[in-house]
Design a protein around this ligand. Structure first.
Ligand SMILES: Cc1cc2nc3c(=O)[nH]c(=O)nc-3n(C[C@H](O)[C@H](O)[C@H](O)COP(=O)(O)OP(=O)(O)OC[C@H]3O[C@@H](n4cnc5c(N)ncnc54)[C@H](O)[C@@H]3O)c2cc1C
Length: 412
């Protein structure tokens, strides 16, 4: 049965949902105040990874003990605007509690269930469209200063292995031969096969949205003022009526979901990128520089360094220190690296304290499907979430237990 559907938010989550809904035969309107792929979206500036093996959340056993030292260390990738701490605490406390071993292992499974087929999900959505040219298949590497640092991450690798991921290890002359730009005589690399990346995340979202539009979908440039079952109200008062509404407005979803009666402890994990144009060297595949918790990704426009976590809400302007850290750290890894131009960017990862998204609907707001909170993995899981949104809208049974992603799980 064809329905009218309005999708609020045209980042990677909303665009994928809109396109799968359109392919199901619905009359879909995608509403956003910025054009799909705009730099105001988290989906514009990410590291481009289809990181199916990134199943271990940020909150792990021992984080609480390590965090204060990290916050005081200028070379650490964790930043906090201290004045924001009181507002962060209601999110931070359950976030840290979710790092307990047993709970974390459950979360790893909940994440893996969404990431495991991510490269294939992107290929399936983009096949035969202009978006396909942005998808690369390849390895994903984790670069350490030395083998000891890699071994200190043993828990993470054991969890990855338990979920079917295997890796190869490279060091010494073999590592130097793989990547001659690396600091000589230094380093250890673990590479995971069968991964992928997007060579221009913003244009990729734009190309998917254009595919949606060319297929008969409607893209509306408008600010959404309110969401109620059956009605999306635009700023200015125009009302869009729909049998189904999808709320996929990234970090900005909170206000609308709370208006529908949901408890939504959604926090912005601010992340940064530094785009290096005319870089003298690029690895052949994306690499996580583990000491700086950022990824070096070869992209169409140059070399992108993206990552870092800063807590400070959405209102504060970008900070200088995370970008300085990216610049310093990349020089440690690639001492001879030069570039002609650079451009920095900050965006908001929409994160819930249990590190898994909200996906589904409930009797609180019939017909309104929530799809947000993809934290560090929104690009990776976008097409998968989009497909599941279309299944939910049609009333098809998911081939996955959706309980971990339940939209009212934070309601008392
Ligand atoms: C530095 C960094 C690196 C990252 N690296 C990766 C990576 O390598 N791989 C990966 O999988 N993920 C990565 N991520 C995470 C990923 O980018 C996000 O999870 C994902 O982009 C979230 O997508 P989204 O569509 O939910 O939100 P967004 O892309 O932020 O889109 C939300 C949209 O909603 C719109 N909107 C909000 N409110 C309104 C309103 N009132 N009216 C109209 N429109 C509205 C906004 O304008 C926006 O366009 C990274 C994130 C960062 C910050």
């Amino acid at each position: 049965m064809s329905m009218r559907v309005v999708v609020v938010g045209a980042g990677i989550t909303g665009v994928c949902a809109a396109e799968w809904l359109r392919r199901d035969g619905h009359a879909v309107t995608l509403v956003d105040r910025v054009p799909p792929g705009d730099r105001g979206q988290a989906s514009f500036g990410n590291a481009g990874l289809l990181a199916r093996c990134s199943v271990v959340p940020v909150s792990v056993p021992g984080l609480l003990a390590k965090a204060p030292g990290m916050l005081l260390d200028p070379d650490s990738p964790l930043f906090l605007r201290w004045s924001y701490l009181p507002r962060l605490l209601p999110w931070l406390v359950p976030f840290l509690r979710n790092g307990r071993r047993e709970r974390m292992e459950t979360i790893v499974g909940d994440i893996a269930a969404l990431t495991n087929d991510s490269v294939e999900q992107h290929e399936a959505l983009a096949a035969g469209t202009p978006a396909a040219r942005f998808i690369r298949r390849g390895e994903y590497g984790f670069l350490y200063p030395d083998r000891a640092a890699f071994e200190a991450d043993a828990m993470s690798y054991a969890l990855k292995r338990a979920h079917g991921f295997t890796w190869e290890e490279h060091e010494g002359a073999a590592l130097q031969a793989r990547d001659p730009g690396l600091q000589p005589g230094h380093g250890f690399l673990a590479t995971f096969p069968d991964h992928g990346w997007i060579t221009a995340p913003g244009p990729y979202v734009a190309a998917l949205a254009e595919t949606f539009r060319a297929g008969g979908g409607v893209v509306r440039a408008a600010e959404v003022a309110d969401v109620k079952p059956g009605t999306v109200t635009l700023a200015g008062g125009e009302e869009l009526q729909a049998e189904r509404i999808v709320l996929s407005a990234g970090i900005w979803s909170r206000r609308f979901a709370e208006g529908l009666g949901y408890t939504v402890p959604l926090e912005a994990e601010r992340g940064y990128h530094l785009m290096l144009r005319g870089a003298s060297h690029a690895p052949s595949h994306p690499c996580m520089v583990t000491a700086g918790k950022f990824v070096v990704t070869p992209m169409e426009a140059g070399l992108r360094l993206a990552g870092v976590v800063e807590f400070g809400g959405t209102a504060a302007p970008p900070s200088a220190a995370p970008v300085d850290l990216l610049r310093r750290q990349v020089r440690k890894v690639y001492p001879g690296l030069t570039w002609e131009e650079e451009e920095s960017w900050m965006g908001f990862r929409p994160s819930l304290p249990d590190s898994v998204p909200m996906l589904g609907e409930s009797p609180r707001a019939p017909g309104v499907i929530l799809a947000f909170g993809s934290q560090h993995l929104g690009l990776t899981i976008g097409p998968r979430l989009g497909r599941m949104v279309a299944d939910l809208a049609a009333g098809r049974r998911a081939n996955l237990d959706l309980t971990p992603y339940a939209v009212d799980r934070f309601n008392a």
